[in-house]
Design a protein around this ligand. Structure first.
Ligand code: SF4
Ligand code: SF4
Length: 305
């Protein structure tokens, strides 16, 4: 009988618990938080700066919009066909950012979403604060748990809602190519956030508020269901040599990895995480208590669902 078929069986010398120590403080999550905070601080600086002193019309890169890689995707068609011009609100810097994100996707799958994207970090923050308060306020925990229980009846929708982001991708990129302007901009929660100082009531602002409220109950709702950049990055990431592998001979099927995954992926019963929705956050790897059960491996791309 294998360790997988009997979760309680311990194979001597194989499924040893991980050693904890200095690495606990220097693990992937510390580095990830530092990189998220770094990017988030830079964008916050640009947002505050623009709100206080306005954009310097001579230097496009003082606008936070100039750093949006998705703007690069929206303007790509116009840039390629004209060779010089961009759809409004985008610059060459957006194309450069897009290329950087695509290179990251080719190397490390959607690591941009897990390690750098400020909107992803904002959702992480709301979920962490929600978890922190639930641990300390039993009434709040009971209320949220009962709402979550009601929500599990809609869990079947989760699988299908994840396809929504590809439609958003098609609409945003196709719309910009056909009409020559960013059709998605008014609906984009990121655009609403970086232009928050303008106090304009757009559909994007409503989507941003819904996203942040939903993050109290479910982790990364925008990334799971609607983000067009995550959709593009996830698809390209399929060609990446970086794979997350579970060793069924060592794994105890404790399901801690699955419970930890912010993207709601089932990890404990696959041998390779192939989902386009994986944001390479490595929370599952850090949470796994067994040495060698779940590891990042470099190899040939693993295509498939
Ligand atoms: S599978 Fe692991 S690395 Fe991928 S999103 Fe889930 S927790 Fe993060
Ligand atoms: S956390 Fe996941 S990979 Fe690690 S032992 Fe538990 S089920 Fe296996």
């Amino acid at each position: 009988m294998t360790a997988q078929s009997n979760p309680n069986q311990v194979i001597p010398g194989s499924n040893k618990p991980k050693k904890r120590g200095i690495r606990t403080f220097l693990n992937h999550q510390t580095l990830r938080r530092l990189s998220q905070i770094g990017v988030g601080s830079f964008i916050t600086y640009l947002i505050v700066r623009n709100a206080l002193i306005g954009e310097n019309s001579g230097i496009a890169t003082t606008s936070p919009e100039a750093y949006c890689p998705f703007g690069g995707l929206e303007t790509l068609y116009k840039y390629i066909t004209t060779g010089t011009s961009f759809v409004s609100h985008t610059h060459l810097s957006n194309v450069v950012m897009l290329i950087a994100v695509l290179v990251v996707a080719l190397l490390f799958r959607s690591a941009f979403c897990g390690w750098l994207c400020p909107l992803g970090y904002l959702q992480d923050l709301v979920s962490k604060v929600s978890g922190f308060l639930q641990k300390r306020i039993p009434g709040l925990r009971r209320g949220i748990s009962s709402l979550k229980e009601k929500g599990t009846r809609l869990a079947v929708l989760d699988r299908y809602l994840r396809y929504l982001k590809y439609l958003v991708l098609l609409w945003a990129v196709g719309g910009a190519a056909v009409f020559g302007y960013m059709v998605f901009r008014d609906f984009d929660p990121w655009s609403a956030l970086i232009n928050i100082a303008e106090f304009s009531f757009t559909p994007g602002l409503i989507i941003l508020i819904i996203t942040l409220i939903a993050s109290i109950f479910i982790e990364r709702p925008w990334c799971r269901y609607a983000c067009p950049l995550g959709a593009a990055s996830g698809l390209l990431g399929k060609l990446s040599p970086t794979n997350l592998k579970r060793d069924a001979n060592v794994c105890t099927s404790c399901k801690i990895c699955t419970k930890t995954c912010p993207m709601g992926l089932k990890i404990h019963d696959v041998t390779t995480v192939k989902s386009v929705d994986c944001v390479t956050c490595l929370e599952c790897v850090d949470a796994c208590p067994i040495n060698g059960a779940l590891e990042v491996k470099i190899g040939l791309p693993v295509i498939g669902k």
